[in-house]
Design a protein around this ligand. Structure first.
Ligand code: MG
Length: 216
C-alpha cells in the first residue's frame, strides 16, 4: 500500500453511506415491491447513484443509454440528473422486469424522460446512431460487457461518459478461488478497459466498483 492511498474498509463504506443523501420514498417502495414480485434484489447503492448523478450533471448529458434496467432503480436515479429535455433509454432483455420497471417509471417524477426498450442489449444498441449518446451505463449480463464496451465506443460522442457497474465482481474480484463465469468475465473486462485507448478510465470504489471513463 502506497502512502498516497488509504485501504477502503467496510467501515469506510458505512461512513460514506452515512454522509450520502438516502434514497427517497419512491425508490424505497420500488425496492420493496421488486422483492415482493420476486425480481432479483439487485440495485446500485445510494452513494453510487449520487456519483452517477454528479457525473451526468457535470457532463451536461441529455441523451443517456443504460444496458440492464432490471427494476428501474438506476434508470429513475440517473434520469433525475438530466435536464427537462433529456432522455434516458434503458434496455432490458426480460419482459417481466421491463414491465415492472415501466410501471414504476410511470409513477415517478421522471416518467417523461425515460423509455424502456425491451430486447437484447446488443440488438437495441446496434439500432442507435454513432456518436449520438452523451453517457452510457453498463449494468447487464457480464459476458457481454466487451460487446457493450465496443458499442459504447461507437455510440458516445467525444467527451462522452462511460460508466460500468460491478468492477469488483460482487466482492470476488481478488478471490483466486472464485472462478465463476461472471467473475471471470469481470476480470477480463477490467483488463480490457485498462488497455482500451478510446477511453480515459478509472475504477471508483463505490458500491460494487464502478468504471468511469471519458471518450477521447
Ligand atoms: Mg450491477
Amino acid at each position: 500500500m502506497s502512502d498516497t492511498s488509504t485501504t477502503v474498509t467496510p467501515a469506510h463504506f458505512e461512513y460514506i453511506a452515512a454522509r450520502t443523501t438516502p434514497e427517497d420514498d419512491l425508490l424505497r417502495a420500488l425496492k420493496t415491491a421488486a422483492e415482493e414480485a420476486g425480481i432479483p434484489a439487485i440495485w446500485i447503492a445510494p452513494e453510487q447513484a449520487a456519483l452517477l448523478q454528479i457525473l451526468l450533471r457535470l457532463s451536461g448529458a441529455r441523451e443517456v443509454v443504460e444496458v440492464g434496467t432490471l427494476a428501474g432503480y438506476s434508470a429513475i436515479a440517473m434520469a433525475r440528473a438530466l435536464p427537462p429535455d433529456g432522455r434516458l433509454s434503458t434496455i432490458e432483455i426480460d419482459a417481466r422486469h421491463a414491465d415492472f420497471a415501466e410501471s414504476w417509471i410511470a409513477r415517478s417524477d421522471v416518467a417523461d424522460r425515460v423509455r424502456v426498450l425491451c430486447g437484447a442489449g446488443i440488438d437495441r444498441l446496434a439500432e442507435m446512431k454513432s456518436g449520438t449518446v452523451d453517457a452510457i451505463f453498463i449494468d447487464a449480463d457480464k459476458h457481454n460487457y466487451p460487446n457493450y464496451l465496443r458499442e459504447a465506443e461507437r455510440l458516445l460522442r467525444p467527451g462522452g461518459l462511460l460508466m460500468a457497474d460491478n468492477a469488483f465482481a460482487f466482492g470476488y474480484l481478488l478471490d483466486a478461488n472464485r472462478q465463476t463465469p461472471d467473475v471471470l468475465a469481470i476480470r477480463d473486462f477490467n483488463d480490457l478497459v485498462a488497455r482500451t485507448s478510446a477511453f480515459q478510465s478509472v475504477i471508483v470504489p463505490l458500491g460494487d466498483g464502478c468504471w468511469v471513463g471519458v471518450r477521447r
